[in-house]
Design a protein around this ligand. Structure first.
Ligand SMILES: [Zn+2]
Length: 299
């Protein structure tokens, strides 16, 4: 991805030296995460397990994907906690540039619809963080919190994406950011509020199905963003393939197969590898929001 030398967003909040801030309970609005197979280590406390399972039930993500196998230890990088190693600073610049590109793209799209886009903040954290959606650990992956309009990212996830999930490449990382920004777009347009309303009183299986539709739309929105990024000449050979590969590697079926050896379709809440690739590709191909209607019809 040809990102160097381009504008970097001012909407980055670097909280990597804060070390989180324990004490916040889970609560507030649901978080929308990229599911990953990481966990907090072999001896995770029972309380944490219960909290994650409860949160999973409430927020509609599959706890096994957070508590599941995979040995996704988040490596302690002391240098990043003290402000950042050169590699980390470059990664921060990359994230700030991708965020700026999403700002420009979505500002333009909203304007064309007579709407005003409001930039989200992106919080970089290390290990753990407190958001308006409650306390979160890096092991649960990047997420968007509708309550404070912020995307939360521990950049060690990029390493995990590469090494544990076999999804390498800058554009795979850009897709992760763009997917979370896609949830922000859903929040601004009221889709997410409607989703949260509809989910009330639903069975877990139905709520999961609805969650899949929301997640696939965020993938499609990431694709729309990628469409405009390509138009600006920022994509290199293999970029789209690396994003599509990431979508494949974090599909529910692929993740479950890797982590537990079998799949439980009723528990899918982000979509299969096939679905995630299809919707990302659909948004990318046309760049039209109207092609991202995952809420009705077959997916
Ligand atoms: Zn998501």
């Amino acid at each position: 991805m040809l990102w160097r030398g381009r504008r970097q967003s001012d909407n980055i909040e670097d909280q990597r030296s804060d070390g989180g801030g324990l004490g916040g309970g889970l609560g507030g609005d649901g978080q929308f995460r990229i599911p990953i197979g990481g966990r907090t280590g072999g001896g995770g406390s029972i309380l944490l397990v219960i909290l994650v399972v409860l949160a999973g039930w409430y927020f509609g993500f599959d706890p096994s994907q957070i508590l599941g196998d995979g040995g996704g230890q988040i490596t302690e990088d002391t240098s990043s906690q003290n402000g950042g190693s050169p590699a980390n600073d470059e990664m921060k610049q990359f994230v700030a540039t991708v965020l700026a590109e999403t700002e420009d793209t979505w500002t333009g799209i909203f304007k064309s619809q007579g709407l005003t886009y409001e930039d989200p903040k992106l919080v970089l954290f290390s290990g753990q963080v407190r958001s308006a959606c409650g306390f979160a650990s890096a092991a649960a992956g990047p997420f968007y919190c509708p309550g404070d309009h912020k995307v939360y990212l521990d950049m060690s996830f990029f390493q995990q994406l590469d090494q544990q999930f076999g999804a390498s490449g800058e554009f795979a990382r850009a897709y992760v950011v763009a997917h979370e920004v896609g949830h922000h777009v859903q929040n601004l347009t009221g889709i997410m509020g409607k989703f949260n309303q509809m989910r009330q009183g639903m069975s877990e299986a139905d709520a999961n199905q609805l969650s899949v539709r929301i997640e696939l739309q965020a993938d499609c929105f990431a694709g729309v963003w990628a469409h405009y990024t390509a138009q600006k000449g920022m994509l290199e050979q293999g970029d789209i393939e690396s994003a599509l590969n990431a979508a494949k590697q974090i599909g529910d079926d692929t993740l479950q197969k890797r982590m537990q050896g079998y799949v439980v379709p009723e528990s899918f809440n982000h979509g299969t590898s096939q679905q995630r690739q299809t919707w990302l590709a659909r948004g990318y191909k046309s760049g039209k929001l109207s092609d991202c209607n995952t809420m009705s019809g077959p997916i």
